[in-house]
Each structure stands twice: as structure tokens, then as C-alpha cells.
Write a protein that binds this ligand. Structure first.
Ligand code: SF4
Ligand code: SF4
Length: 355
């Protein structure tokens, strides 16, 4: 067994040192392979670039030669971990906090993939769940994401102008990492309930967003793997779980979600590609001007959410919209302007009804 002690203790004697020594003694007596990581000589997170450095994509810190990279690897291989720290004003020591911050940054995507991997389900796998319409999953939620296809379906079928839908029911913000517009349902004041939640349940039951339709399942596409395969997984739920057993296929079939899989795959693949393109062109980097960032962001909002005609099919319009965006990015003039950090090129939104 590999047993790791992370010590944030700056002193070489005293109570914390005695505790650490006792843990080491006990672990050795149990034949464990014990390693101690001292965080005292390690540096702090510089919050590189626009907020993230190599930790985000490469899972390692650019300043790891202060002992952090070795400690990170040791911790990855541990079977059990103990943390020892003095407590200063209800907080761990500064060096331990710094270490944990860097470790969290470097491991976050690895950890997310591990969670998905451990919960991954195939279409014919079964799970136990029965909805009793308690509404728990519709309260205290500010993470109900609306995809462009959801927005198209809801606004078209409720005959609700897009602007009214986004202003009244949604919040739109810029994704921290992706920099893309992210639309979520805005919770109401009462118990932060969804505005579509009525006494008898969801008032847009048949039209509800896809994340609600598939709940308690989640789905994702592996950005580094096969983009044509959807990964389904079971989320932890706070609500009544019931004991009805069904396959993933049966659950998704009840909302006709399987017929819409191709839209999810195409949309998710586009998201992965556009994130790479934005990064490649440095559109939202420090060398791009504010007016450039605003213009591109506005164009993205239009392309993704606003420029649709209810009389026409969603997917063909999405394709046409995203192609227009691709051609905008391909203009050499933009590349040149970005390289020079200039702000002379303005990407015009496709209509004037911006959110
Ligand atoms: S963890 Fe390291 S690479 Fe990431 S932002 Fe902090 S200092 Fe930079
Ligand atoms: S849209 Fe319906 S199912 Fe989704 S959170 Fe709102 S009330 Fe609940």
C-alpha cells in the first residue's frame, strides 16, 4: 500500500511534527510504503495567462520543478492520503493551501474524466430510478443549460420571441474556459425554483431542455476521443430514486432523445472545434482588443442562439450559421489584425436583435 502524508507544517518540532511521526510509525508497522510531501518549499500558483497555464490542458504546472511535479505524481499513485497542518484562524497553512490550489488546477480535467469513466453506461445497461414529480431537481438550480436546439424548440412551440425568452427566462454568460456564450435557465426567487415549475410539475414537460429530459442521466462527448460516440452516465441525485429498473435506451426513448442524438453529436463536435479555432486565432487572448472580443462574442450569440427562422429546420440553419462564422474566421484580414493586436476589424452581427 502506498501511503502519502502531505505536511503543511512549517516547523520541525511540536505537535504537528509528533503527529506526523506517529502516523509514519503506524503506517510502517502495517507494512505500508510511506512517503511524506512537505509543501513548505514549494511556490504558489501564478494564475498564468488569462487565468490558466499548462495546468488546464497538459495537467502539469509550468513551475513544477520546485518539487510540485514529483509530489503530484506521488499523490496520483497513492492508495491513502493523510494531511497534517497547523490551523491558523480556521485555515490550513499558506503553503498547503498553495499546494492544494495547484494540484486542483492540474488534476481537474483528469478527475472529471475519471468520474465520467467510472459512471459510464452503455445503451443497454440498466439503472434504477423512478420520477415521482417531487420537483427537487427543479429547485436550487442555476445550471440548467439551454442548447441552441432547446431554445429553438421552446420558443417555436410556445410562439415566444427569442428575445423575450432569453430576457425573461434565461441568463447568458461567457464560459470561463471555452469563452463561448452559455445560456442557463434563470431561477426564480422562491427557493430558486425554475420559472417553468408549476404546482403540477414542469409546465413545459414535452418541450423541456434536453438536460431535464434525460435527467438523472448526463451525456458527454470525449473531446480527445471519438466525437461520434455519446457517453452516458448516471448523475448523483438528491431526489426520490424509486426502484423502477430500465435501460438507458428505454429511458431516452421515452422523450425521443435517441432520434436527436445526431444533433447533439454535431453540436458538441462543433463546440470542440470552435474552441480550438478561437484559441488558435487568440481571439479571446490578451493580444486581442476588447472591441474584437465583443464583436466575436456577439457573432457567436447570434450564430448559436438567435439567427433562426421557426419555419425552417433547425439543423440546416445551424450548419449555415456556423459556416458563416467559419468563413469569418478564415478571413486573412482578421488573422492579420489579431496578430498585430489591432482593433480595426469588426465582425458584424447578422441581425440587430442582440441579447
Ligand atoms: S497551476 Fe501552475 S501552470 Fe497553472 S496557473 Fe498556476 S502557476 Fe500557472
Ligand atoms: S424546465 Fe421543467 S424539468 Fe427543467 S428545471 Fe424547469 S421545471 Fe424542471
Amino acid at each position: 500500500m502506498k501511503f502519502v502524508i502531505i505536511s503543511g507544517n512549517p516547523k520541525t518540532s511540536g505537535l504537528c511534527r509528533s503527529i506526523t511521526d506517529e502516523i509514519i510509525r503506524g503506517a510502517k508497522e502495517s507494512d505500508a510504503n510511506v512517503q511524506e510531501i512537505s509543501t513548505n518549499d514549494m511556490t504558489y500558483c501564478r494564475v498564468c495567462g488569462d487565468g490558466w497555464g499548462t495546468c488546464l490542458k497538459e495537467n502539469k504546472c509550468s513551475f513544477g520543478d520546485d518539487g510540485f511535479t514529483t509530489a503530484q505524481e506521488t499523490l496520483r499513485q497513492a492508495d491513502a492520503v493523510a494531511i497534517v497542518t497547523p490551523v491558523y484562524w480556521a485555515e490550513v497553512t499558506e503553503s498547503l493551501k498553495n499546494f492544494l490550489d495547484r494540484f486542483r488546477r492540474c488534476e481537474q480535467s483528469v478527475f472529471a474524466n475519471l468520474i465520467i469513466d467510472s459512471k459510464k453506461l452503455e445503451l443497454d445497461d440498466t439503472f434504477d430510478f423512478a420520477c415521482n414529480r417531487c420537483g427537487v431537481c427543479c429547485r436550487d438550480r442555476d445550471d440548467i443549460v439551454i442548447t441552441p436546439h432547446d431554445a429553438f424548440n421552446i420558443t417555436k412551440n410556445l410562439n415566444l420571441p427569442s428575445r423575450e425568452f432569453f430576457e425573461k427566462y434565461c441568463e447568458i454568460h461567457q464560459g470561463y474556459n471555452s469563452k463561448l456564450p452559455v445560456v442557463t435557465l434563470r431561477p426564480g426567487d422562491y427557493r430558486k425554483s425554475c420559472r417553468f415549475l408549476s404546482k403540477s410539475g414542469c409546465s413545459i414537460h414535452k418541450l423541456k431542455p434536453s438536460v431535464c429530459k434525460i435527467y438523472p442521466l448526463g451525456r458527454a462527448i470525449d473531446a480527445n476521443g471519438d466525437h461520434s460516440k455519446i457517453l452516458y452516465f448516471l448523475q448523483d441525485t438528491q431526489c426520490y430514486k424509486g426502484s423502477h429498473s430500465q435501460t438507458i435506451r428505454e429511458w431516452l426513448g421515452s422523450f425521443d432523445i435517441l432520434r436527436e442524438e445526431s444533433i447533439f453529436i454535431e453540436y458538441s463536435s462543433w463546440l470542440i472545434d470552435i474552441c480550438k479555432t478561437l484559441e488558435e486565432y487568440g481571439v479571446f487572448s490578451n493580444r486581442s482588443s476588447e472591441s474584437m472580443k465583443n464583436s466575436v462574442y456577439t457573432a457567436l450569440v447570434h450564430v448559436m442562439y438567435l439567427d433562426y427562422d421557426w419555419e425552417k429546420d433547425f439543423l440546416s440553419q445551424f450548419r449555415a450559421n456556423t459556416q458563416k462564422l467559419a468563413s469569418i474566421f478564415e478571413q486573412a484580414a482578421i488573422l492579420t489584425a489579431l496578430e498585430q493586436g489591432g482593433d480595426t476589424v469588426v465582425i458584424a452581427p447578422q441581425s440587430e436583435s442582440g441579447v
